[in-house]
Design a protein around this ligand. Structure first.
Ligand code: ATP
Length: 430
């Protein structure tokens, strides 16, 4: 984990938020390669959850929502974690379910009895800071889909079963943020509410469990041996859930939740219908029945996938008797898919190299690397950021109109005509 954290800082994937002022615990900024990786994750999620399907539509709802939403959804009373504080030297706060016994894991001091702590960030709309102006930063995007449910069914052609998907920021005032970006206070959720006929939830639940696991292994290239399902026992279910399965990843700090797939029943639509006094029922054109659909929800954050991909891809090996560090990213997620590296800075090579990169730009995530240092050093740098393919323009290129593709994982090289480079890379990147 420490090696991965050091690499991500060194190579500009991630920085502590407001670092020059000492940082803010549980908040991170993303640098150039981090942004590229996050965008790839987001795009692949949207592509497979929305674009490639005919039964899911998109939504963007606001980050700030009124108290009524959170009162109805149960978050005001139930979105709490048990907090215990150390009465000894360190005064640290702990989540009660993360400590055993009555002594502080840090300094051995006595711990207070647990008290419930609500994880939502509260703020006010308008100039008056009274109860009437209280609003909350959303701790999940899901409530947007429920609150807008009627709007979506009235304004689009969706028919049950169908889904509404959303990506966007969520905020949780976590008691103990940590393990790098595994648990942060501001993150980006990707959630999809899949609406089915009442009591027809089991089949959809099974489908989404499998489909989401397939996405991680086949599309993102996560090693199947590091993933498993964890079915929640009845006692640990959230207040809205009938059944929940987590897809867990084996992190260096143990197995942890990567994604949750929850069977939310009709809980949310029922409570919003009650509180808003609006009719949220759906008229099924096939059966002519009116009902509140049930909901299956896969939910995952970009940050949990980000840390999973980095840990899963990190590797060290020895090439030509020299140790190297590399990220074995799947080409789908690599921040840079193709780096173009002219062998020398001489204009007779940089000219053709620029032409090569121009032809690839827009089709692949590309980078041009002409910076000093021999070619070997530039390959190592690309290995460290996980670039699967480097295209080298050398003096031979001027004669044979061909370039070399160097493969990150095997370090093998192949010679390809410039005219065929794009289609060859397409086949490699997929
Ligand atoms: P925990 O019990 O670990 O606090 P939770 O069960 O409340 O988590 P969910 O509400 O199921 O978490 O969250 C859905 C998904 O959102 C998780 O699977 C994870 O991918 C992501 N997630 C939740 N909390 C955080 C966080 N603090 N930082 C980053 N990602 C998060």
């Amino acid at each position: 984990m420490e090696k991965v954290v050091a690499l991500t800082k060194r190579r500009g994937f991630i920085y502590p938020s407001s670092e020059i002022y000492g940082g803010l615990s549980g908040f991170y900024d993303y640098g150039p390669y981090g942004v590229a990786l996050k965008r790839a994750i987001r795009d692949l999620w949207w592509r497979h959850m929305v674009d490639l399907r005919d039964d899911v539509v998109g939504l963007e709802s606001t980050l700030i929502m009124p108290s009524d939403v959170w009162a109805a959804s149960g978050h005001l009373t139930n979105f709490v974690d048990p907090l215990r504080q150390c009465l000894g030297k360190c005064k640290k706060r702990w989540r009660a379910d993360h400590v055993t016994g009555n002594t502080c894991p840090e300094c051995g001091g006595e711990l207070t009895e647990p008290r419930m702590f609500n994880l939502m960030f509260k703020t006010h709309v308008g100039p008056l800071e009274d109860e009437a102006s209280e609003v909350y930063l959303r701790p999940e995007t899901a409530q947007g889909m429920f609150v807008d449910f009627k709007n979506v069914i009235n304004s689009s052609r969706v028919r049950v079963p169908f889904g509404i998907a959303q990506q966007g920021r969520a905020f949780r005032n976590e008691i103990t943020p940590g393990n790098f970006v595994f648990r942060v206070r501001e993150f980006e959720l990707m959630e999809m509410e899949y609406f089915v006929r009442p009591n027809q939830d089991d089949e959809a639940f099974e489908y989404w469990r499998k489909e989401r696991m397939r996405w991680f292994t086949e599309v993102l290239g996560v090693k199947p041996g590091h993933l498993r399902f964890y079915d929640h026992p009845q006692a640990s279910l959230s207040h809205y859930s009938k059944q929940t399965t987590d897809i867990e990843y084996e992190f260096p700090f143990g197995w942890g939740e990567l994604e949750g797939i929850a069977d939310r029943t009709d809980f949310d639509l029922v409570v919003h219908q009650e509180r808003s006094k609006q009719d949220l029922t759906y008229l099924d054109p096939e059966t002519n029945e009116r009902y509140l659909p049930w909901v299956i929800e896969p939910a995952v954050s970009v940050e949990r996938i980000f840390i999973t991909l980095l840990i899963d891809a990190y590797d060290e090996d020895v090439v030509n008797n020299e140790p190297r560090t590399l990220l074995r990213f799947h080409p789908n997620v690599a921040p840079v898919q193709v780096a173009v590296v002219p062998l020398s800075k001489k204009p007779e090579l940089t000219g053709p190299a620029q032409n090569v990169i121009q032809a690839l730009r827009g089709h692949f995530r590309v980078e041009y690397d002409q910076t000093g240092g021999n070619i070997g050093r530039r390959y190592r740098r690309q290995d460290e950021i996980g670039t699967p393919f480097c295209v080298t323009v050398d003096f031979e290129t001027l004669n044979d109109q061909a370039v070399t593709i160097r493969h990150r994982d095997s370090t093998e090289q192949e010679r390809v005509k410039i005219a065929e480079l794009s289609s060859r890379l397409e086949a490699l990147v997929g």
